[in-house]
Design a protein around this ligand. Structure first.
Ligand code: URA
Ligand code: CA
Length: 442
């Protein structure tokens, strides 16, 4: 078999068989064929598409290109959660301790920030002393002992994806449903959980910006994960504004702790409880989603969730006192309150631009090797639909210098639109996708 033969076949829109797909995935992982042939194949897939069976074969071949974690030594049903990436989206730090406090083990491998979106590992590392680089042995032991661990990959998971993702980024082939599905699910399947809850973002800060393509992506993810033997549900959630009010690494940890302490409510809390509810449901800990959410609310009100977060932080070498005193988290030297400076209603936000504003303050990376400043970012004090006057608080900037604060202020003001007419609030959830079909919530 040669790459040229497979390329010829996909170019003409024919379905590839298992051997051909395995050859392609192996060639990518081993870099045993030149990049130009891999890139040509990616473009052929982007233009000709793949059947569900081909996508499932590609997903499994990519999963098997590296280490597959074995979580069988942890008793119970292990449910993973994955988000396609957002801004101010700290659901993992809220729901992982709550779900664990309700008795379902959470063995989670998370990622770093990418482009305008934040990453759980970077946020966690803003906690003084905390380690995300556990060995597989340490990771499994921690979940057996305290029920929860959130870490970086414990082995080389899906190396084929690493190669293909980098090529997609530079060949205009990111927006291909079979390529997104195989990329996300190869890593999720290699991480070893028994069931998966997917949070597929839609809107101005999401990989798929319109609802129909987000639903199509969710359907494909659910179909392929189900074919691979993992019960999976997907929620489509709105990214027309940052999910939480806080954007930036230590700031987002602060908001998660504020929610677990019962001091803060809002969309981040609602989305975390809804996603966590589906995790408990798939773990068999509740009979209905309503019952599952009530369990999580109880764990929040009793303080069991916050206590679980403190245990997890301590187990990973971090300072658990941040759960009692959020001022122990890194703080930026410049903090500046700005106001709306006009009357009207908040009508629209460019979420990706808001994420980039935080990134350019130092909260994210432009290149993989860039360092991060954990302390910087902003707290956005308005939501879509809010009525404002000139002296309504708009945003608190947390910056390294006055100059950085001023630059971020300009970018944030440009990314938030106002109108004279009242505007509807943004919805948190737009659809639920299961193996049985789609339920629209819009
Ligand atoms: N996230 C991934 O891991 N892969 C994609 O292709 C898109 C989002
Ligand atoms: Ca809302």
């Amino acid at each position: 078999m040669t790459m040229l033969e497979i390329l010829e076949k996909k170019k003409l829109g024919k379905a590839l068989n298992r051997e051909e797909i395995c050859f392609f995935a192996r060639s990518a992982a081993e870099k045993s064929v030149p990049d130009y042939q891999l890139a040509a194949m990616l473009m052929a897939i982007r233009l000709q598409g793949m059947t569900d069976e081909e996508t499932a074969e590609l997903t499994m071949a990519m999963r098997d290109s590296g280490h597959v974690a074995d979580l069988r030594s942890i008793p119970g049903v292990k449910v993973d959660k994955h988000s396609t990436g957002g801004v101010g989206d700290t659901t993992t730090l809220v729901l992982a301790p709550l779900v664990a406090a309700c008795g379902a083990p959470v063995a989670k491998m998370s990622g770093r920030g990418l482009g305008h979106t934040g990453g759980t590992l970077d946020k966690m590392e803003s906690i003084p002393g905390l380690r995300v680089g556990l060995t597989e042995e340490e990771f499994l032991r921690q979940v057996r002992e305290i029920g929860v661990a959130v870490v970086g990959q414990t082995g080389s998971l899906a190396p084929a994806d690493k190669v293909l993702y980098a090529l997609r980024d530079v060949t205009s082939t990111v927006d291909s449903i079979p390529l997104i599905v195989s990329s996300i699910l190869s890593k999720k399947l290699a991480a070893g959980s028994d069931a998966i809850v997917l949070d597929v973002k839609t809107g101005s800060g999401a990989i798929m910006r319109d609802l129909d393509s987000s639903i199509r992506l969710a359907e494909n993810l659910v179909r392929v994960a189900t074919l691979a033997g993992k019960p999976t549900v997907a929620l489509i959630s709105g990214m027309d504004q940052p999910l939480g009010t806080h954007v930036g690494n230590a700031l987002e940890v602060r908001e998660a702790i504020d929610i677990l302490s019962g001091r803060t409510k809002g969309d981040l809390k609602e989305v975390s409880l809804t996603l966590g509810g589906y995790m408990l449901l798939l773990a068999g800990k509740a009979k209905t989603h309503g019952e599952a959410v009530a369990m999580l609310e109880e764990a929040l009100e009793s303080g069991a969730g916050l206590k679980k977060l403190a245990q997890m932080i301590a187990a990973q070498g971090g300072d658990p006192r941040v759960c009692e005193d959020v001022d122990l988290l890194p703080q930026a030297p410049v903090q500046k309150q700005i106001f709306c400076a006009r009357s009207g209603y908040v009508s629209k936000m460019d979420t990706a631009a808001l994420g980039m504003a935080a990134q350019s303050m130092g909260a994210g990376r432009l290149r993989a090797e860039d360092p991060i400043d954990f302390s910087v970012g902003f707290v956005l004090q308005v939501r879509i639909g809010d009525r404002v006057t000139p002296d309504t608080p708009f945003c608190v900037l947390h910056a390294r210098t006055e100059e950085d604060a001023n630059r971020a202020e300009a970018a944030i003001r440009k990314a938030v639109c106002f109108s004279e007419q009242p505007c509807e609030r943004a919805k948190n959830f737009l659809a639920l996708v299961t193996k049985d079909g789609i339920t629209r919530m819009d």
